[in-house]
Design a protein around this ligand. Sequence first.
Ligand SMILES: Cc1cc2nc3c(=O)[nH]c(=O)nc-3n(C[C@H](O)[C@H](O)[C@H](O)COP(=O)(O)OP(=O)(O)OC[C@H]3O[C@@H](n4cnc5c(N)ncnc54)[C@H](O)[C@@H]3O)c2cc1C
Length: 381
Amino acid sequence: MKYDYVIAGAGCAGLSLLYRILCDHQLSNKRILVIDKDEKDKNDRTWCYWEEGKGLFEHVVAHQWPTLRFTNTEFTKECHLQKYRYKMIKGLDFYNYVKAFAKGFSNVQFSKEAIQSLKMEGKLCKIRTKKNSYEADYVFNSTGLFHPEMSEENTLLQHFEGWVIKTDKPQFDSSIGTLMDFSLEQTHGTTFMYVLPTSETEALVEYTLFSPSTLEKEEYSRMLKEYIKDTLNIENYQIKHTEFGIIPMSLAEFAPVVQGHERILNIGTAGGNTKASTGYTFQFVQKYTSQIVEQLLKNEYPAPKLSFNQKKFKWYDRTLLQVLIDKKMDGKSIFSSMFKKIDAEDILSFLANESSPLLDLKIMSSVPTLPFLVSGFKQLR
Ligand SMILES: Cc1cc2nc3c(=O)[nH]c(=O)nc-3n(C[C@H](O)[C@H](O)[C@H](O)COP(=O)(O)OP(=O)(O)OC[C@H]3O[C@@H](n4cnc5c(N)ncnc54)[C@H](O)[C@@H]3O)c2cc1C
């Protein structure tokens, strides 16, 4: 069976791209096959991100925060956002929303199977699963089939366990999201808590670390219990939902195009859309998939090239990660230094690759220069 596009992987990137294609009347009649090994019927993750105004997936935003808090043992800063809103989307709401929308298109098919290989033969892409084989003009791949090799030398893991807790009496201010609480022991590496309340009695509390390896399962639970009791001062609560995740924060090159197979294009984490120094991916997937659609509409090769500005931000990003990997400075000191001197909204703008050169300089001068210079040069080589 031959398709215009095969979308390999129906997670954040695959379904974002599908939705954007179907929203455009010039592309919405393309024959599309979406393949995923999973049903995508579980709330397997929660995405938080920030953007200006209303985004394409506003319908499924579960909550948004106009104020963000940063805290450590020495100071607490709150920032009332002007331009951005910090938003949360539940994975299952997103999957259901896009799949329900796609049901209205008879030219779109879904198949639940594991892809075994993706390659080009002549001008066509060949997709092979255990039972079937398909052909397509283009494959947009977000599976891990082409992930680069990662090691302790070039990669940190962002690993976390999050609990959605429900308290028996009002405990939270749902207008304030704690982006980072660094008042924790930093024994294993960069360690902080997110506290994202969605009502007076409900919040996502997430114990997050950047380090070379994960911890024993019980350690995440122990730290969450301790934090909820001792820092949030909450005794009685129910755990409504748990999630565990590992996001690679890597200097390895996630290639946007599969080498030697120029019509197999990687998207999402596989395509380098994960910001190496923070793990944030959702907003970069949105920008990337929207660029892909623009190029498809212009009948241009749909692998967006990095602009000069994007290359600059990639270099900043890799420099920050190199500092963390080489332990030239720890994450707590870097982020504390930044948040102490700079407005959180400006930091968000920098981390979203949307800051001006002047702001970039201001942010760079908020952290000690030497470790960043050394790592910056290392990244230029
Ligand atoms: C628990 C968790 C929480 C996160 N929270 C945030 C957050 O708050 N903000 C943020 O910006 N980022 C977050 N991330 C990081 C990132 O946004 C997500 O990992 C995001 O889902 C990446 O999108 P993706 O499309 O690249 O990969 P995925 O969403 O993982 O999609 C890949 C898909 O490919 C499928 N697949 C894999 N192999 C095969 C195969 N061989 N055959 C067929 N299908 C296959 C998988 O089943 C999956 O559905 C989080 C990650 C996790 C794990």
